[in-house]
Design a protein around this ligand. Structure first.
Ligand SMILES: [Zn+2]
Length: 461
């Protein structure tokens, strides 16, 4: 790559990486960028000629769990059915929705979802990608064709990508045969190894992409398969859906005598490269053990509310020093600030208290939520997060003219963002040093929306 000349961004205030000497809120901050990364940071200085000037800059969030194509069915599963609706009836609607989806459709839907992620303050996504095969369930000529569609979408709109190809082989605990609706997801281990090779090729043109993997759930993989999968991407992220549903817990108990999180902690080497997505239904003992494993918990508050999953035991998990981030999962509504708000509000409703998550050096709940989600999200996605030297400039600037941010000092600014303004106060977003959002609007929005609407017309019409 040719060396680009350095450019500089000046912020009246910025939230810098706490783990460095230069940490926390700083004023008069100049970021010098070279080839997308931060090469120098000065604080307590004045703007210089040629600096791009902004009011307030904070680090971008990682979105640790997404199924991009589900963006297209947002709002399509909100009609009451003939029987009691549940996660399982929602899943039937989802299986029908993806029935005819082509690689071109996936690209169009994913680009829409990824654009909205950027507009709402996410700068990287963990794509938990399980739609691999053609509508008949046969591998495409390039087995990673659908992965390549995801990579194209991320590259086009400029979102950082951690691609998590999903291994899926069974429909229930005890290696039950897969159902017809799952035909596009399935692999044996050899086929999955070829998919991983293809996925690595598919992301090779993107800036700092990461390829990990994801056993779909304890329902969908056998213990033998799980132990092989753990060894297939040394050092890279391993994500799994776990304990999202009460029925899943009951089925796991019937199969093994153990609950899902308990079983996983006893049978896999769960460590900081793992992300346990949802982990909704845990006993106190499971909560403590998960926190101490160093793995990241991945609640997806909007989706969990939409699907009626339950509440993540955040208060107990945080008391044990647990790490966490948020995911947009079903993408029924894409909004980083709202994920954080709902994460805290779920705890307030459950415990009938306030400011449950606030901790550490700040009393600010909004700032605690943002910081912890940046750190946990980055860990789960196999990168480092925050604004510090050497890291990509993945950043968000805030509109300090927004009424909900008026007259706030920095200690209360992120409370105003998370609890009052929401994404409407997101002004600019940069990813790998490139500005992709201006005035809250992605630069490629019109073209991406047009293609999304065409694709959805074919899929639903
Ligand atoms: Zn999911």
């Amino acid at each position: 790559m040719a060396e680009n000349p350095a450019r500089s961004i000046f912020a009246q205030s910025a939230l810098l990486d706490h783990s460095r000497t230069l940490g926390g809120w700083a004023s008069g901050v100049r970021f010098v960028l070279r080839n997308g990364r931060i090469s120098a940071i000065e604080s307590g200085v004045a703007a210089q000629a040629g600096d791009e000037r902004h009011a307030c800059v904070i680090p971008g969030l990682g979105n640790l769990h997404s199924h991009a194509f589900q963006r297209g069915m947002a709002g399509l599963a909100e009609q009451r059915g003939d029987t009691d609706d549940s996660f399982w009836t929602w899943r039937e609607v989802m299986y029908r929705f993806l029935d005819r989806m082509t690689p071109g459709d996936l690209h169009a839907l994913a680009a829409m979802a990824y654009l909205e992620m950027l507009e709402s303050g996410f700068t990287r996504v963990g794509e938990f990608h399980y739609l691999h095969h053609d509508p008949e369930g046969r591998a495409y000529g390039d087995p990673a064709e659908m992965s390549a569609a995801i990579a194209r979408a991320a590259g086009e709109v400029g979102l950082g990508l951690t691609l998590l190809p999903v291994f899926y082989a069974h429909s229930g605990f005890g290696a039950q045969p897969p159902s017809e609706g799952q035909r596009r997801f399935l692999h044996d281990l050899d086929g999955f190894a070829r998919l991983l090779d293809g996925a690595r090729r598919a992301v090779s043109g993107l800036d700092d992409a990461v390829v990990g993997l994801a056993p779909h759930s304890l329902r969908a993989v056998s213990p033998e398969q799980l132990s092989v999968l753990e060894t297939m991407v040394p050092g890279a992220p391993v994500h799994i859906h776990i304990a999202e549903q009460v029925r899943e817990v009951e089925d796991c108990l019937a199969w093994s005598g153990q609950r899902p999180v308990e079983w996983l902690l006893d049978h896999a080497e769960v460590n900081p490269r793992w992300c346990l997505v949802h982990a909704t239904h845990m006993t106190e003992e499971e909560t403590r053990r998960l926190a101490r494993s160093g793995a990241v918990a991945g609640p997806c508050p909007i989706t969990e509310a939409n699907l009626g999953d339950g509440l993540f035991p955040a208060r107990a998990f945080l008391a044990e020093g647990g790490r966490w981030g948020v995911g947009s999962d079903s993408n029924v509504l894409i909004d980083g600030t709202e994920e954080l708000r709902l994460f805290e509000y779920g705890q307030r409703l459950q415990h009938r208290g306030r400011n449950i998550v606030a901790s550490g050096e700040t009393r600010s709940t909004g700032e605690t939520l943002w910081r912890q989600a940046v750190e946990g999200g980055a860990q789960a996605l196999g990168v480092k997060g925050g604004l510090s030297i050497g890291l990509p400039f993945d950043a968000v600037s805030l509109d300090l003219d927004h009424p909900s941010l008026a007259a706030r000092d920095s200690d209360r600014l992120l409370d105003g963002l998370v609890f009052a303004a929401g994404r409407s106060a997101v002004d600019c977003v940069w990813r790998f040093g490139a500005q992709v959002v201006s005035g809250g609007r992605h630069l490629a929005r019109d073209a991406v929306v047009r293609r999304y609407r065409d694709s959805l017309g074919r899929l639903i019409g």
